[in-house]
Design a protein around this ligand. Structure first.
Ligand SMILES: [Cu+2]
Length: 320
């Protein structure tokens, strides 16, 4: 049995409590919300000495985007269906998906061991402290072992005759901020490649740039931004004034319409970080936030790009 070294005593005890006679277990018994989970169903015995000829895994509510791994010598089938509700996903929301996965047609003798693999995403509907169960039905030649029992509150899995394999949900370790230029998802928004242009020594302002895509059905607005190095920030646009490009705050915030991608880039819309307490150095990363009217305040990590030769704002900032 897989036993993570860092599991505490309580977790170790609860793992040890898995019945020794359980034939169907999951290799990884701990995971966190909003993670992709790699489910490895381990089959250690047949049913009453008979060879295993089919394995069916049921994907529980709160676990989405399940995908089985094909297995040589076995036919794969899935049943799709509606989830109890829609869940946020990389591409908007998902309201249906694979509910059961079945491998059939093989023959795993009682004295051999094998694994059946799938992956799925744990949503934040599965809360830390709980356990998510993946019932497994094991079909043998004319016999069935149904590993589907879930312990009631206060009950131990060891008291069950045929417990469903479970995954204990724990809070994610203090997640490092997204790596530079990673895309960040916030509600219906996807924020891509946030960066700030490096500043020459003594500069008091720096421009910030990114792309933001709205996959939802309601408009949102970028209304604020922050980095610890800047006392304040504004969302700016460039406009021509008597043939001269000038910057001005975007009143009410920069609107991102449904289905639209808005690009903040040098020479166009940008974030203006002001009253810098120190230089913004190329190659650094700066943790900061973006605030949207609907999506709220989103942590992002800005990469710092070199001081650009084509700096469209050189000589600008008259309004600061
Ligand atoms: Cu500006």
């Amino acid at each position: 049995m897989f036993l993570p070294l860092r599991a505490g005593l309580a977790a170790a005890l609860s793992l040890a409590a898995a019945p020794a006679f359980a034939h169907a277990v999951l290799a990884v018994t701990q995971a966190s919300p909003n993670q992709t989970y790699r489910g490895v169903v381990q089959i250690g015995h047949g049913c009453d000495g008979k060879a295993t000829t089919g394995i069916t895994v049921t994907i529980p509510e709160g676990v989405i985007a399940a995908k089985p791994m094909p297995k040589a010598g076995w036919q794969l089938s899935t049943v799709k269906g509606a989830y109890a509700r829609a869940y946020p996903s990389y591409h908007g929301t998902v309201a249906e998906g694979v509910k059961t996965i079945t491998w059939t047609g093989g023959a795993l003798p009682d004295d051999q061991y094998d694994e059946f693999v799938f992956q799925a995403r744990l949503t934040d509907a599965v809360a830390p402290g709980g356990t998510v169960y993946f019932p497994v039905r094991q079909d043998c030649d004319g016999a069935v072992a149904d590993w589907s029992q879930v312990p009631a509150a206060g009950q131990s899995a060891r008291d069950l005759k045929s417990p469903a394999p479970g995954v204990r949900i724990v809070a994610a370790a203090a997640a490092p901020a997204a790596p530079a230029s990673a895309s960040v998802k916030a509600g219906d928004l996807t924020i891509q490649a946030p960066w700030i242009r490096a500043t020459p020594g003594g500069a008091k302002v720096a421009g910030g740039y990114l792309q933001v895509t709205n996959t939802g059905t309601e408009p949102d607005r970028l209304v604020a931004a922050s980095i610890p190095l800047a006392a304040r920030a504004e969302v700016h646009q460039m406009a021509m004034d008597k043939g001269v490009a000038k910057m001005a705050p975007v009143e009410g915030g920069l609107v991102i319409k449904p289905g639209e991608t808005v690009v903040l880039k040098p020479g166009g819309y940008h974030l203006m970080f002001m009253d810098l307490s120190g230089p913004v150095k190329a190659g650094d990363t700066l943790d900061g936030t973006l605030t949207f009217a609907r999506a709220g305040t989103v942590p992002v990590r800005f990469a710092v790009g070199a001081i650009g030769a084509s700096a469209p704002e050189a000589g600008g900032h008259q309004h600061h």
